[in-house]
Design a protein around this ligand. Sequence first.
Ligand SMILES: CC(C)(COP(=O)(O)OP(=O)(O)OC[C@H]1O[C@@H](n2cnc3c(N)ncnc32)[C@H](O)[C@@H]1OP(=O)(O)O)[C@@H](O)C(=O)NCCC(=O)NCCS
Length: 156
Amino acid sequence: MQEIEMQELTKDKLEEAIEVFRLGGWDDTSLLYVKAEMTAFLNGDISGYIRAKFITAVVDGRIIGVAAWAPSMCAFAVYELSWATVLPEWRRRGVNTRMLQDRLKRIRQSHGPEPFVVIVYTWDNPMYAKTGFSCLKPPIRREDPYTGKCLLVAHF
Ligand SMILES: CC(C)(COP(=O)(O)OP(=O)(O)OC[C@H]1O[C@@H](n2cnc3c(N)ncnc32)[C@H](O)[C@@H]1OP(=O)(O)O)[C@@H](O)C(=O)NCCC(=O)NCCS
């Protein structure tokens, strides 16, 4: 197995990162939003302004996966995971698992020793359960009838 490195997204890799989403089949609206979010991230922090931070999974200098994490506007102890995608030919080989662990490590480093909560709205799967996430089921419907996704929550 080739070595997969986790790296923060840099300006010179913006178009390559967008291409990973395009090749992954994301629609034009999603591409518009993710590019805007990445551009804001790459333009640098405005003190007090909340925005997503992007990481990339890189093999031999090529981006094979992208994902984001962000402090939530809900509260300072809440963080959100978003924008996870892996190139089709690299799926089911643990890349997203690595990106999840890397983002949780970065949240821990940023947040410090106090407890925090992480949320993600996606399809439940054993990777999240093993990492401590539980699916918040709505009282009536079992899951979102349109997407099959649910809000996953973990306390650290
Ligand atoms: C979802 C996605 C990011 C997963 O990336 P990945 O690198 O293949 O994930 P991993 O190999 O780390 O798999 C982690 C776990 O996720 C689950 N999983 C991943 N792909 C799955 C699939 N197609 N069906 C069911 N479970 C899946 C499994 O539990 C898997 O663990 P296992 O392989 O030990 O069973 C990737 O399939 C992708 O880019 N999909 C398109 C974009 C997308 O849907 N992003 C999420 C939007 S919320």
